[in-house]
Design a protein around this ligand. Structure first.
Ligand SMILES: Nc1ncnc2c1ncn2[C@@H]1O[C@H](COP(=O)(O)OP(=O)(O)OP(=O)(O)O)[C@@H](O)[C@H]1O
Ligand SMILES: [Zn+2]
Length: 839
């Protein structure tokens, strides 16, 4: 594949032929080169959407990545059929960003494009058209020709039509020109059928006939006329009350939402009559799905510490592109961000703030809204495609100069970013697991920033080792905030030994005596409690007490999780469900019992231990709906809930003043995870969840339940001694060659047949062994979970030297190998997946 990165050319004048490299939405490694017809030469450039033929029959829409004068050597270039709009849909920086991402994360640029564009903006041969609801042929300044008229007529009957339908209606083959013309005349909208179509939100409004609105005499005449028709009079009076046209005739222009009149109980038929008689007029407009929120306040007042941090960050930006803000939980990083964002916006730059999960950080978004009002766009993982398109267009139009978003917001069409902030940069939810591109949004954001010559601020109380390492190596600037805002204290920690309590018969329903006492204290004082357990469902598994049988998923190599709700056993990998059997299918015994602790069971136990308390649960199962999180958090925030049980969801960014007690049910489960990052994660998760306690006047209490309280990591967490913990763990990482000392690549082989998967994995492994770069290769081994969704899984790990070009060389050759394997008959149907920087 030709590398694009840093190598973009504009069209040059001259007589010889021009070619365009086009990104197509298909999983092929290369871009294809098409010839630019002379008549289109002036109309086309980088980022334009064009229609091309692909293969023998397919018509696809692609995006031009590069324009040049080098004809392809191995095939004859086909011509571009047409260009879709008179402007570029994506800008050159976006294309360079896509190209970088494809190269770095070993995937196809078409896959990056697919991830980057909201489906409302994608096009393929499946494209369909619909009427633009605001189009009015009578008032449109553009005349329509006969064929356009015919097509619109057909559309009024059918609501939507495919390109083929259009061809049939018009009886001609090449309809792209007509469609384009209708799009330009704003008569139709083009959308993609496979996904949800872009549906602009339309509002029906009412206003006075403009003649009448400007002429007081005419208005009086109208009132005289309706004086005998009280219902009509009522409507007119209501309108004038809402829209005081008497005082300012200009107001009539904007009219009034029809709904306001209807909701006020006005007669629908009288309204119709007024419209029919030409007194009022009804019209439609496209409105934003997002209310135009006003900002309430101008600025923020930083504490002394925050002010100093802010100054230090700005000074560090003088020398470094990226700065780490290491501020303890509750130190008020948000306020520091706000002042930096304000300055960047005042300087005319765009700003992007990345959050791991917006739904869980409602208070941050609310806080930002107060300051930035309607110029802030929000890009959410639970947004519909329509809402995404509106944010996209808002960035393009300049309406949103500042966006708060989740990882996919790095693909928005920014053209002048000045500042990118990644909050909670250590969060693993910034990494996209599936499908490709398997990118890490923090790392990608740093690259995006660099392309814009912008600055990146990484904020967290518990930096990822990668980031902290870069800060210590002076690659990043480093600024700290060591005090909580308003002199709130860090919480007081207690270790509760579960084994000791068990021996003394003090462990009740998995709660140690200390944990129960502290919860009771909080309840007595009308304070709130968070209980953390990183496992949803009722119990991790069910087991037969007599023979030890454990039910497993039919499709995956995992045990089924018991969910009491619905008395079901579910696979958390593929969603497979089964009713709990009445007796053990292996030995017939009826002694089946639930083993281990999930959030559902903890919720139940809390109900038994504290019958007077109001308890809620927050995990994947209770937050599937669009406003699921919000409802639970609002309930908790307004004091309708005393105890909230949850998975890692409750560790993210929560800031509730009445939370004084945080309980961690089973710290060992987090520590003994078979992964080199287990220690780092445990430190982060425990510190973060503990940080939710006592964020105001009253000091918080944290209880960590464990079977091994002597472990050193607990002392380090309790002392907030991140640095020593880091140094110690880094020693291990260096000794055993783990990141950040090497670059990791995980190469997964999947197939429904065990032997085939194994054979392919071994073959691939051997070929990788021949790549001549400094590396360590591990595997291939059966995956940690050997089978998922009926596919057997083998994994190889490559540890690559970070210096020099070992990484790029290895990736380059690996892609060639994969291409070759995939073409091989024997390995057809096998999936090879490359994950760069796997988590
Ligand atoms: N300058 C300020 N003026 C008024 N309130 C502030 C100020 N700084 C912080 N606060 C308040 O202090 C609390 C903690 O701030 P914030 O949530 O930003 O902390 P944080 O550093 O993001 O913590 P965490 O990492 O735990 O999420 C919030 O309620 C916030 O509104
Ligand atoms: Zn399964």
């Amino acid at each position: 594949m030709e590398t694009l990165f840093g190598d973009l050319e504009e069209i040059k004048d001259g007589d010889s032929a021009f070619f365009a490299d086009v990104i197509l939405p298909v999983p092929i490694p290369k871009m294809f080169t098409y010839k630019i017809p002379r008549n289109l030469k002036e109309e086309i450039g980088i980022g334009f959407r064009v229609i091309v033929q692909f293969g023998k029959k397919k018509i696809l829409t692609g995006i031009i990545a590069k324009v040049h004068q080098k004809p392809p050597t191995s095939y004859e270039a086909k011509p571009i059929l047409d260009v879709l709009e008179a402007h570029a849909s994506v800008n050159p920086i976006q294309i360079r960003f896509w190209a970088w991402m494809a190269e770095y994360y070993c995937c196809h640029i078409g896959e990056v494009m697919n991830a980057a564009l909201p489906s409302g903006l994608k096009l393929s041969s499946e494209s369909k058209i619909q009427l633009n609801p605001t189009f009015d042929a009578d008032t449109s300044p553009y005349p329509l020709d006969d064929r356009e008229e015919l097509l619109l007529q057909a559309l009024r009957q059918k609501e939507e039509m495919s390109y083929e339908d259009c061809e049939v209606v018009l009886g001609i083959k090449s309809i792209h020109g007509i469609i384009k013309s209708l799009v330009i005349k704003e008569a139709i909208l083009v959308f993609e059928e496979v996904k949800e179509k872009y549906n602009p939100k339309v509002e029906t409004r009412i206003r006075l006939n403009s003649e009448i609105s400007r002429d007081k005499k005419a208005l009086e005449a109208v009132f005289n006329e309706v004086s005998s028709k009280p219902k009509q009079e009522e409507i007119l009076l209501k309108y004038l009350q809402e829209v005081p046209v008497y005082r300012n005739p200009e107001l009539n222009q904007k009219g009034l939402e029809k709904k306001v009149l209807i909701d006020a109980g006005m007669s629908v038929s009288s309204l119709k009559t007024l419209i029919k008689n030409g007194v009022l007029e009804e019209y439609k407009i496209i409105v934003s799905r997002f209310e135009d929120e006003q900002s309430l306040e101008e600025g923020v007042v930083l504490s002394e510490g925050q002010q100093q941090a802010q100054q230090e960050i700005k000074a560090a930006f003088e020398e470094k592109n990226t700065v780490l803000l290491h501020g303890i939980t509750g130190s008020g990083k948000t306020e520091v961000y706000i002042t930096l964002i304000q300055e960047a916006l005042a300087g005319g730059s765009q700003v992007l703030l990345l959050l791991p999960e917006i739904a869980l950080t409602t208070h941050i978004v609310g806080r930002l809204r107060q300051v930035f009002g309607g110029k802030m766009g929000v890009y959410h993982s639970k947004y519909s495609d329509n809402e995404r398109v509106e944010v996209w267009n808002g960035v393009l139009s300049g309406k949103f100069s500042f966006v708060v978003g989740v990882r996919s917001s790095i693909f928005l069409p920014f053209d002048s970013l000045g500042l990118v902030i990644v909050d909670e940069e250590h969060e693993i939810s910034f990494k996209q697991f599936d499908p490709a591109p398997r990118f890490h949004a923090r790392d990608a954001a740093i690259m995006l920033s660099w392309l814009h010559q912008a600055k990146t601020l990484l904020g967290t109380a518990t930096p990822s080792f990668e980031t902290f390492y870069n800060a210590r190596m002076k690659k990043y600037g480093y600024v700290t905030l060591e005090k909580r805002y308003g002199d709130a204290q860090l919480p007081e920690y207690h270790l509760a030994d579960m084994l000791v309590d068990k021996k003394k018969n003090l462990l009740k329903l998995d709660f140690t005596r200390l944990m129960r006492e502290k919860i009771q204290d909080a309840l007595n004082n009308q304070e709130q409690v968070l209980i953390f357990q990183n496992r949803r469902g009722y119990a991790p598994y069910i087991s037969c007490e007599d023979c030890g049988w454990i039910p497993e998923c039919e499709h995956c190599d995992v045990s089924l999780t018991y969910h009491q709700f619905g008395a079901e056993m579910r696979c958390h990998y593929c969603g497979f469900k089964e009713k709990v059997p009445h007796s053990c299918p292996a030995c017939g015994s009826s002694k089946l019992s639930a083993v281990g602790l999930g959030t559902e069971r903890i919720e139940e136990s809390l109900g038994l231990l504290f019958p007077e308390a109001r308890i809620a649960r927050m995990d994947l199962d209770t937050t599937r709906s669009k406003y699921g999180y919000q409802r639970i958090l609002e309930d908790f925030g307004s004091g309708n809930v005393d105890i909230l049980v949850g998975t890692q969801m409750i560790t993210k960014g929560l800031d509730f003043e009445k939370v004084t007690v945080v309980g961690i049910m089973d710290a060992d489960r987090i520590l003994y995870f078979p992964d080199f990052r287990a220690g780092e994660r445990a430190f982060q998760q425990l510190t973060q969840v503990a940080g939710r306690a006592g964020r105001r006047e009253k000091r918080g209490v944290v209880i960590i339940q464990t079977r091994r309280p002597e472990q050193q990591i607990f002392q380090q967490i309790m002392a907030g001694d991140y640095k020593n913990f880091y140094i110690q763990e880094m020693g291990e990482r260096q000794r055993f060659f783990y990141p950040p000392f090497v670059k990791l690549l995980k190469i997964t082989t999947r197939h429904k047949d065990f032997k085939t998967a194994e054979k392919a994995a071994k073959h691939l492994h051997n070929l990788m062994g021949d790549i001549q770069v400094k590396k360590i290769l591990l595997g291939p081994e059966k995956g940690l979970i050997g089978k998922i969704k009926n596919q057997f899984i083998f994994e190889s790990i490559a540890k690559l030297d970070r210096t020099g070009n070992a990484q790029s060389q290895f990736k380059h050759e690996l892609l060639l190998i994969l291409e070759e394997l995939q073409a091989h008959k024997e390995f057809r149907g096998i999936r090879f997946i490359v994950d760069v920087d796997p988590y």
